[in-house]
Write a protein that binds this ligand. Structure first.
Ligand code: CA
Length: 252
């Protein structure tokens, strides 16, 4: 199973607690100005992200397929396409990817187009690196992908409560005992409530595997989780036929 050891090094100096994601967050930097690409990727690497860079749209889309980024920092003006085209291509490839785009300060129409097309946030050029990092962390946090060992707040979805650091889960006040993998799976679901997650997304985020037809692993663990979370209660884990699963508190 450990065919991707270079993708999730386990020797990362031990600073990340056990409750953190098992692999570094992957960021693709798409920027045609080499100096800027260098500065951005350097800063992101320093912050612990796994980074790849692309200088044009075609390379960006090819890399998105191969590298499977969690987030993309996307310059809006590229030599072979505009940000809108790249954004659509990225979303087609990886629906849940976080996209932060970079645009000129006076390019109001580009910003509107970007947000309308589903980019998550933007930063105007010239930007401060601190702002790019802060916005990127904000996106990843909202997407449930940030490492936040100092965040003591429980995750709450309906009557389901997860204390990440204590690795404790309760539903309706009753403690639910989970295995490590069940816990990680539930954490991913709880960090993305009401969002339909494909089996590929779940596998990628919880197990760090390439999909490669391992849907049965996800199905198996979802069935375990249902027995512990949902049995005898109002179901929260719902199957979306042909797509994946969604966690929600309120019945539809
Ligand atoms: Ca540019």
């Amino acid at each position: 199973m450990d065919t991707h050891s270079t993708d999730h090094p386990r020797d990362r100096s031990g600073s990340a607690p056990a409750s953190c994601p098992v692999r570094p967050v992957r960021v693709l930097v798409v920027e045609d100005e080499p100096d800027l690409a260098e500065v951005l990727s350097g800063a992101l690497r320093y912050e612990g992200f796994q980074v790849r860079t692309a200088g044009d749209a075609a390379t960006a889309l090819a890399l998105a397929r191969e590298f499977r980024p969690d987030a993309v920092v996307l310059d809006w003006m590229l030599p072979d396409a505009d940000g809108l085209q790249v954004l659509r291509g990225l979303r087609a490839e990886r629906a849940a990817v976080c996209v932060l785009f970079l645009t000129a300060r006076d390019a109001v129409e580009d910003r509107i187009a970007g947000i309308t097309a589903g980019a998550d946030d933007y930063v105007t050029k010239p930007f401060s690196l601190q702002e790019v990092l802060a916005r990127l962390r904000g996106l990843l946090r909202r997407a449930g992908m940030a490492r936040q060992p100092d965040d003591g707040e429980p995750i709450v979805v309906g009557d389901l409560v997860m204390h990440e650091e204590a690795r404790e889960v309760t539903r309706g006040g009753q403690v639910v005992e989970l295995s490590r993998t069940e816990f990680e799976l539930l954490r991913f679901l709880m960090r993305n409530p009401r969002r339909v997650l494909s089996k590929a997304q779940i596998l990628d985020s919880v197990w760090s595997y390439d999909f490669g037809g391992r849907a049965h692993v996800v199905e198996l663990y979802v069935s375990y989780l249902r027995k512990k979370i949902d049995a005898g209660r109002t179901p929260m884990i719902h199957t979306v036929r042909g797509v994946g699963y969604v966690l929600r508190a309120e019945p539809r």
